[in-house]
Design a protein around this ligand. Structure first.
Ligand code: GDP
Ligand code: IMO
Ligand code: MG
Length: 431
């Protein structure tokens, strides 16, 4: 067993990019298996900030092979510019064998983005990233999607497939949403250009490659996007993304069986953030929320939107532990909590004066739940250059062990800054 799944346990932006980059120093493969360019994973490479939307966060390690597997929706334009930026910086992808794109991945085109953005103008908006994720997954489910392999078909056949797709989409775009139709000729021209840029990375069967690596006991890391509470089935529906984000999605999205999985590591922010609409019981809209937003620099890495901020929600974390089978926690951004006299942590909810201990099965109930807080002591020291758990202030150690006790899962890694070096290990997580 050599597969490790890394997921977010909250509503995304927990710090998965940093954690995966740190784990990747010893990874042979890093696989993205769901989501698309709605993800924004931030890494800090030698003091420089890098944001990845589609390329796995192992890309800055020369020994690591990055794979985009079948479960991903591929925004080709974003992918091509991401590849170009990395190549130009000289930081990675020096040779094309370092990135493999599954022939079975779903292609995401401009009409998906137009539909996504048009829907968001309506009253029932979700607060999506506008990147076309929902419409692209809809196409896959309704068996109308173009797959990555289709792009390499003869131009005439490709044009015919595109024509069929656009006739339906343009009907919706023009007649229902009253937006400007998408041009067939322009889309075809765009695809013909982008496919040549991506041809070197084409891989017929990434499941085969991943399976082979696992059977050879290579270190394979599965990098989740978004977070467990944004899962299409198990999240705060309808305020969710359109893919499965729980750990099981790693298996489905990359086409491997569960027997290979050794660990499920949940990346968990020491407090909570959320972008877009939906319930968020521990949200703080007062000066403490502003403190977290400012100190944590909580701006969306994909859309630049201000992230909503609040305290850590333990019932929600326990729910994520259950639905994803989390075996280890990595606690991120603990440094942001320094300088606070006291830190509230949600241990249960309250509804009409009654205590509700568990995260509700109908997430719409969350809207009326009020958090019950336990107040833990804060610490005033700057912890961002501390290297060992035992050197952390006692109150910070207590905060960590409290989370561990309540969640029933060991906190094996603690992050105290965006850089690779700002990482404390209690147990080596990825070897
Ligand atoms: P992801 O989507 O889960 O990869 O997270 P994002 O990249 O969207 O957001 C996390 C942000 O926190 C990024 O700007 C990271 O550089 C930053 N970050 C990660 N770990 C830490 C940490 O321990 N402390 C601080 N202060 N920032 C961190
Ligand atoms: P990473 O991987 C935080 C949110 C959007 C919106 C909802 C649906 O960086 O953690 P979508 O565009 O997916 O249809 O939007 O999901 N969302 C994220 N929030 N981090 C992300 O990714 C997200 N990807 C989608 O804000 O509320
Ligand atoms: Mg992000």
């Amino acid at each position: 067993m050599s597969g490790v799944i890394v997921i977010g346990s909250q509503w995304g932006d927990e710090g998965k990019g940093k954690a995966v980059d740190v784990f990747s120093s010893t990874a042979d493969y890093v696989i993205r298996y769901q989501g698309g360019s709605n993800a924004g994973h931030t890494l800090n490479i030698a003091g420089q900030k890098k944001v990845l939307h589609l390329i796995p966060s192992g890309v800055f390690h020369s020994n690591t092979i990055c794979v985009i597997s079948a479960g991903v929706v591929l925004d080709m334009e974003t992918l091509v510019s991401e590849i170009q930026a990395i190549k130009e910086s000289g930081d990675g992808l020096s040779d094309s064998s370092k990135l493999l794109i599954s022939d079975s991945a779903t292609v995401l085109l401009d009409y998906h983005k137009v539909l996504d953005q048009a829907r968001e103008k309506g009253a029932e908006k979700i607060g999506t990233t506008g990147k076309g994720i929902g419409p692209a997954y809809e196409d896959r489910a309704s068996r109308k999607a173009l797959l990555f392999r289709d792009l390499f078909l003869d131009e005439k056949i490709l044009k015919h497939k595109l024509e069929r797709a656009l006739s339906e989409k343009n009907f919706l775009i023009e007649k229902f949403y009253k937006e400007k139709a998408i041009s067939l000729e322009n889309t075809l021209k765009q695809i013909l250009f982008l496919r040549e840029e991506l041809r070197p990375y084409r891989c017929q069967d990434t499941s085969f490659i991943i399976h082979k690596a696992l059977t050879e006991n290579k270190k394979v890391l599965f990098e989740g996007a978004q977070g467990s509470l944004l899962d299409i089935l198990h999240g705060t529906y309808p305020y969710v993304t359109s893919s499965n984000t729980v750990a099981g999605a790693a298996l489905v999205g990359s086409g491997i069986g569960p027997g290979f999985i050794k660990k499920v590591i949940a990346i968990t922010k020491a407090y909570t953030t959320r972008v877009g609409g939906g319930p968020f019981p521990t949200e703080c809209q007062d000066k403490q929320g502003i403190f977290l937003q400012k100190k944590g620099e909580e701006w969306g890495a994909t859309t630049g939107r201000k992230r909503r901020c609040g305290w850590l929600d333990l019932p929600a974390l326990k729910y994520a532990v259950r639905v994803s089978g989390i075996t280890h926690l990595a606690l991120m951004k603990l440094d942001v909590l320094s300088d606070m006299k006291e830190i509230p942590i949600c241990v249960a909810y309250q509804l009409n004066g009654k205590v509700v201990p568990n995260y509700p099965i109908h997430s719409s109930e969350l809207t009326s739940y009020k958090p019950v807080y336990k107040i833990l002591p804060g610490w005033q020291e700057d912890i961002s250059s501390i290297k060992k758990f035992k050197d952390l202030p006692k109150a910070a150690q207590h905060y960590i062990t409290f989370i561990q006790q309540e969640s029933g899962v060991p906190v094996d890694m603690v992050s105290v800054g965006p850089a690779r070096s700002a990482t404390l290990w209690r147990n080596q997580l990825f070897l």
